[in-house]
Design a protein around this ligand. Sequence first.
Ligand SMILES: [Zn+2]
Length: 307
Amino acid sequence: MPTAYITHPSSLLHEMGPYHPECPDRLHAIGDRLISAGLDVYLRHYTAPTVTHAQLGRVHGAEYLASIEAASPATGLHYLDPDTALNPHTLEAARHAAGALVLATDLVARGECRTAFCAVRPPGHHAERNRAMGFCLYNNVAVGAAHAMAAHGVKRLAIVDFDVHHGNGTEDIFAGDERVLMVSTFQHPLYPYSGTENVSGNMVNIPLAAGSGSDVFRDVVREFWLPALERQRPELIYVSAGFDAHREDPLAGLKLTETDYAWVTREIAAVANKHGRGRIVSTLEGGYALSALGRSVTEHIRELVAA
Ligand SMILES: [Zn+2]
């Protein structure tokens, strides 16, 4: 069964200023590398639909959604926090980024694809139920997970978050919801400085000290993630796939390489094959060293294709 690659042209139009690391070139770096690696032709390409208000409303408050729509500028940039801004195209990009997760969920839930990767911007895992922050407006992965439960009857799922920053938004939305297991690693202390107090039993947060590399990462995945995933028996696994824990990334200080992203993807796929008919929906979060990002996503997708 094929792997879906879902994106939308508006993802390239959302920009937050000339020096912002969360930039359109990230998607070019990924697309170029997939082609040069010979992997692009093995993917089934889809254009992301726009998310509906009802799909967003499963994970965000009505007032918050109205405030984001009201913040969309006709020209220039409108800042929601010092790192997070809307240009005139951002709202459309965000709607398609969240819509990509809905389509990905539909494709794997219906058995049309086994795995899916959403190459979209803006990212989502810092977006809380009622707050935009950290380059994120809508929590894309949460929109997908909520759609799986509401529209496809999924009763147990998991969200794996290996971005170098803690996925505070996803935690805010799903803490205490036992249908959803979230397992994550992140550098600590580092933005957003959350995640070290486990707020509920369905959150497995593993903070890593700056300088941690492959051995530490793999040890905690084996010791903490895999047993929790085994207990959850997820019918579907989501991945908040941030690649900013790469040793070349300028925003953080972990020392992973693309080999580690290939390894962890194989571990995730093994769980998915055992409990969820191999179904994995992955979406881009961080990753700001363009060459490392392209290489890392390519190795991640190579394992999704092989899974
Ligand atoms: Zn990040």
